[in-house]
Ligand binder design. Sequence first.
Ligand code: AMP
Length: 281
Amino acid sequence: MKIFTIKKNLQQHLQQIKASDKTIGFVPTMGALHQGHLSLIEQAQQNNDEIVCSIFVNPSQFNDPKDLEKYPRTIEADTKLLEQAKCDVLFNPPVNEIYDDNEQWHLNIGEMESLLEGKSRPGHYQGVTQVVYKLFNIVQPDTAFFGQKDYQQFLIISKMVEALKLPVKLVMCPIMRETDGLAMSSRNVHLSADDRQHALVLSRTLNWVKNNFDSAHIPQLKKEAELNVRNEPGVELDYFEIADGNTLHPADQNTKNIIALVAAKVGKTRLIDNVLLVHRP
Ligand code: AMP
């Protein structure tokens, strides 16, 4: 695996790859890699010739400086995992390789910016679009792979790609879970043994909603789900929403694509998860 920290060097390498008519698949991450990230690499390998994974903990998407500071950084273990996964390129730039001082960014993402995750984390999606735009410009991938785990992020990046007419195809990959159902996340390392048990309420409740789903009873299902999460010790519910999978507005009987999304603090760690309920093309 080739490792680059300087964008110019990465671009030189990728120019050679492109000159030989190979396609580039891109998996942007913040590191502390787990099987969820590796599933994106695998999917990318099935679709593209040269796979680039980036590891960059993006300061501009953290609205809480403590959260940024606490974010797990495990570059040595990550590098080994990527080698084992036969990833071709790792791009691991320092912050000053991506950002100049006092850089400004604002993208009109519409109201989705202030819903759900956007409401709880003001400015988060401006930071996400800022860094993904920069990374797309550097890597110029044919296809980029993202997880359904960050469903709202996928919708927002899709909007950006459409609005700015970026020449990249986006692929959304399924959520990888631990055997007991907990969605894999870099943040799970912060969970104590007790937190780890209490955190299961999220996937359990999403599954319960999926198994009992009936579009005529969305408000009742949402209420019971909220209650269920709230009743779990050590868990502080942020939101549980049964939403339109395209707009993230609350779903009703006529909604074509429906998704249940949850965010909660488990101990000191904020976790998110979701499950698709109805998908009608
Ligand atoms: P992160 O490093 O958390 O920014 O995540 C990088 C990419 O991995 C994003 O596209 C995430 O949606 C995706 N991802 C994170 N966790 C999972 C998971 N459990 N299953 C599948 N993809 C995931």
